[in-house]
Design a protein around this ligand. Structure first.
Ligand code: ADP
Ligand code: MN
Ligand code: MN
Ligand code: MN
Length: 332
């Protein structure tokens, strides 16, 4: 056993309109908890060059499935040097909103869709032209329909090793498109786990020469976009049906605000086709995959459970999305 270990400090940067993940390594003495650290914010769109220091404050630590041993992944929030939240820190508001309504015990399950790319083409798309139309790829098997499985398996194993609350994975409707689900757990934990799972996907992609993108519409035309369906339930929703309907109604009262905060480029994905409702219309329905919000058939049958907000983009910030949902279902 070494007297030191590697802590990979991971944070969300200031890239606009969609933030990216950054990380760097700190060597720590064995047994020492990861402490605050810092970085050059002028290189991440988070500070001017003449006042460049941004503070990294650890919020979630887990075993590192890549380096293994005693090594750790350290998800951080960003602070200014006076220890107040950095303007790009969306976690603080999420945690505060969750705390404010903690008595309702809201759980989230987020379905992260994403698309693998080899160079400038989605994995499985030929150099010239296009693959056959959508149909055989969703939950498919076989080298003619499924692309990137070794990376997906490595990612799933890594998430389990790290203790991420992974619920499952599946191949998606467009070739090269996949999904993993996180939850159901509370927020901000669900978002912390999702950001780490995203980082692991990108990091493991390096090993395979494959990049993953959260682009909400990675292939224009008759190809499905990529979303982050956000399933949620309060304790009351898990006990009876009326609160499930009430939550769907509440979301409709602030539909525009939610759309504006569900990820850049959402209008290009929520076209009203490809299993979406149009971005400027709001409706919910039982079993309806063309609705903004779906009440699963089992939930109607059981008279309790959860509902699915189908609108968030793959490239959404889960701190922003879960904060807004908690706020709207309790306060709108
Ligand atoms: P879909 O049928 O839309 O593809 P998935 O199986 O991919 O659904 O994802 C459903 C998600 O909903 C999972 O992450 C699951 O953990 C989550 N979920 C299940 N029950 C609840 C609940 N009561 N509250 C919140 N999330 C839940
Ligand atoms: Mn799903
Ligand atoms: Mn899906
Ligand atoms: Mn879904």
């Amino acid at each position: 056993m070494s007297d030191r270990y590697q802590a990979e400090y991971i944070w969300i940067d200031g890239t606009e309109p969609t933030a990216k993940l950054r990380s760097k390594t700190k060597i720590l003495a064995a047994g020492k908890e990861p402490d605050i650290w810092g970085f050059d914010g002028s290189s991440t769109n988070q500070a001017p060059g003449d006042n460049s220091d941004v503070v990294l404050n650890p919020v979630f630590v887990c075993p590192d499935p890549i380096r293994k041993g005693d090594n750790k992944l350290v998800l951080c929030e960003t602070l200014l040097t006076d220890m107040t939240p950095h303007p790009t820190n969306t976690r603080v508001a999420c945690a505060a909103m969750a705390e404010k309504h903690a008595e309702s015990d809201t759980w989230f399950g987020i379905e992260q869709e994403y698309t693998l790319f080899k160079g400038s083409r989605p994995l499985g798309f030929p150099e010239d032209g296009f693959p056959g139309p959508q149909g055989p790829y969703y939950c498919g098997v076989g080298a003619d329909d499924v692309y990137g499985r070794p990376l997906i398996e490595a990612h799933m194993t890594a998430c389990l090793y790290a203790g991420i609350a992974l619920a499952g994975i599946n191949a998606e409707v467009m070739p090269g498109q996949w999904e993993f689900q996180i939850g159901a757990i509370t927020t901000p934990a669900v978002a912390d786990h999702l950001w780490i799972a995203r980082w692991l996907l990108y990091r493991l992609g390096e090993e395979f020469g494959i990049s993953a993108t959260l682009d909400p519409k990675p292939a224009p035309g008759d190809w499905n976009g990529a979303g982050a369906h956000t399933n949620f339930s309060t304790r009351a929703m898990r006990e009876s049906y009326e609160p499930c309907v009430a939550a769907a109604e509440a979301l409709g009262r602030r539909a525009d605000l939610h759309i504006a905060n569900y990820g850049a480029g959402i209008e290009g994905r929520l076209t009203g086709e490809h299993e979406t409702a149009k971005y400027d219309t709001y409706f919910y329905g039982v079993s309806d995959r063309g609705a903004s919000v779906r009440i699963p058939w089992q939930v109607e049958k059981d008279g309790k459970g959860y509902i699915e907000d189908r609108r968030p983009n793959a490239n959404c910030d889960p701190y922003v999305v879960t904060k807004l949902i908690v706020e709207t279902i309790h306060e709108a």
